[in-house]
Design a protein around this ligand. Structure first.
Ligand SMILES: Nc1ncnc2c1ncn2[C@@H]1O[C@H](COP(=O)(O)OP(=O)(O)OP(=O)(O)O)[C@@H](O)[C@H]1O
Ligand SMILES: [Mg+2]
Length: 381
């Protein structure tokens, strides 16, 4: 770990470089247990830019922690390469595996992992002491960093005297004090209650844009991923299913898996009738137009049209509409505060429509549901 000056912590010099902070190439990891082999990472490649905030999102067991631990050097991959700051830290073919302390990075865990017998300032000073800074210099830098995370008044306290949110701020301070420019986060906010989590999320982003470190942040909370990320990598059993901005992932999912995992969507099954100039699918609700994801869609193939509840609008039956329109009968409306959620039977299938600030509808009333073709994604079934 490098010992940087306080000025460079504040000024964000770490973010000034343009080469990728982390390059992962064709990484694989297989766990071998008595029950057999489990491929936890299957040929994963990803770049994390300097100052970039990348979130790894995916269901439990998809390999998020494994990827993070491989980058950190806490887990030995089975193949591939990892560069950090342009330095090769892992290569299966070259037989290189730099230990964690030789990789310029820090980690923040779900369980803060603070030393209970050390004061807050000494916990934060620890990485600097490890890098052989003098006690007084390390403490001074730690105190300044604690100031940055809003804990200037708690330097002399012990972790056990702090709330969960405060302890996680201490862990955050410890991860940035040596200004290595790369912080790996493994679900750091999931032990905290919702309000504290929301506040810390914003503080984390403020801190990151001020200091300019690169972040790889693991979560299975989709809203957290969308809120934090410059880019989200959605993982599916050991692979990256899609990587892109929050908007790309949410509005332009390339697969049914991603559309399903991030946010909710109405799924309407049918068969492709045309796959040139946009895609048309014949369904029990009629013909719908949409945009294809990355699947190849041949005419006649089984497919699924997906549209998000908030991308649907309600109209009176028979009204002229551009885009897709289907008609149905209101089954129930739920008032959820910011939105009203309507459950509408269209033939045999129930569709969900979310309307912000709307009124509930009388069960049994007939309505039309409209959704634009460019909001309708069509995937192979
Ligand atoms: N030490 C291990 N030995 C054997 N299998 C493991 C080991 N660590 C992880 N695995 C398996 O590898 C897969 C990926 O695990 P990983 O911890 O990376 O998942 P994750 O995406 O972080 O999940 P979660 O959201 O539950 O933390 C899982 O199927 C898990 O059971
Ligand atoms: Mg995990």
């Amino acid at each position: 770990m490098t010992v940087a000056t306080t000025r460079s912590i504040i000024s964000g010099e770490a973010g000034a470089q343009t080469a990728p902070r982390v390059q992962v190439r064709n990484l694989s990891k297989i766990y071998r247990t008595r029950r057999g082999e489990h491929v936890a990472l299957d040929n994963v490649s990803i770049d994390i830019g300097a100052g970039e905030f990348v979130v790894l999102l995916g269901p439990s067991g998809c390999g998020k922690t494994t990827l993070l631990r491989c980058i950190a050097g806490l887990e030995e991959p089975d193949g591939g390469e990892i560069h950090i700051n342009g330095k090769l830290v892992y290569s299966s073919s070259a037989g290189i595996s730099v230990p964690p302390e030789g990789r310029a990075l820090n980690m923040v865990f779900q369980s803060y992992a603070l030393w209970p017998h050390m004061s807050v300032v000494d916990n934060v000073a620890y990485p600097l002491r490890n890098a052989r800074a003098s006690t007084s210099e390390a403490r001074a830098r730690a105190a300044e960093t604690l100031e940055l995370v809003g804990l200037g008044a708690f330097t002399a306290a012990y972790p056990g005297q702090l709330s969960g949110g405060q302890q996680q701020r201490v862990a955050l301070a410890r991860s940035i004090v040596s200004n290595d420019g790369l912080v790996l986060f493994d679900e750091p906010l999931s032990n905290l209650d919702a309000k504290v989590r929301d506040r810390l999320r914003v503080e984390l982003l403020n801190l990151q844009s001020r200091i300019g470190f690169s972040a790889v942040y693991v979560t299975h909370d989709q809203m957290e991923a969308l809120a934090l990320a410059d880019r989200v990598a959605v993982m599916d059993v050991g692979r990256i299913a899609q990587i892109g901005s929050a908007r790309d992932i949410y509005d332009r999912p390339t697969s049914r898996y991603v559309a399903d995992f991030v946010g909710s969507a109405n799924e309407i099954a049918g068969r492709i009738v045309s796959s040139s100039e946009g895609v048309a699918i014949e369904t029990p609700m009629g013909r719908l137009s949409g945009v294809a994801g990355s699947d190849r869609l041949a005419e006649g193939a089984k497919a699924i049209a997906m549209v998000r509840p908030e991308h649907c609008i309600l109209a009176s039956p028979g009204s002229a509409a551009s885009g897709n329109q289907v008609e149905g009968v209101v089954e129930r409306s739920l008032y959820l505060g910011p939105v009203v959620q309507h459950f509408i039977m269209v033939g045999e299938q129930q569709l969900t429509v979310s309307v912000s600030g709307g009124e509930g509808l009388q069960p049994g009333s007939r309505v039309a549901i409209g959704f634009a073709a460019d909001r309708t994604r069509i995937f192979a079934a």
